[in-house]
Ligand binder design. Structure first.
Ligand code: THU
Length: 130
């Protein structure tokens, strides 16, 4: 799958976002090791802390299909600033994806690519507890 397609999947999900509190609509797309794409959007809550981010919604969607490993990801918002994963999502992506590459995008077409190790250096994972 080409990056432009993965980004298009993520962008499409911003339209399904529920973000009445922040007004910041996010879409994420994960390319699984099985070649399938899993998408998610942010779902906010009146109890703000209950909000789920687009990336974690996409992970949950993949788990529903039995996929737990990802190769590439795209994250985008409806704003013209580059969207990068929040700290909680970096931790969750790190858990399931060694060497994941993440395309961080803006609504007006900017793309910056980071590895999960760049976004979460010295991350804490399952191996740390062995
Ligand atoms: N958000 C995401 O969906 N993903 C991120 O990694 C950044 C933050 C959402 C959560 C909240 O609904 C809104 O963006 C503002 O923080």
């Amino acid at each position: 799958m080409r990056d432009i397609e993965l980004i298009a999947h993520a962008r499409e999900m911003t339209r399904r976002s529920y973000a009445p509190y922040s007004g910041y609509r996010v879409g994420a797309a994960l390319l699984g090791v099985n070649g399938k794409v899993y998408t998610g959007c942010n779902i906010e809550s009146a109890s703000y802390g209950a909000t789920i981010c687009a990336e974690r919604a996409a992970i949950a969607n993949a788990f529903r299909d039995g996929c737990q490993k990802f190769i590439r990801a795209a994250v985008i918002s409806d704003k013209n600033e580059i969207c990068t994963p929040c700290g909680i999502c970096r931790q969750m992506l790190y858990e399931f994806s060694e060497h994941l590459m993440i395309l961080c995008c803006s609504a007006d077409g900017k793309v910056v690519e980071y590895s999960i190790e760049e976004l979460l250096p010295h991350g804490f994972g399952n191996d740390n507890m062995k």
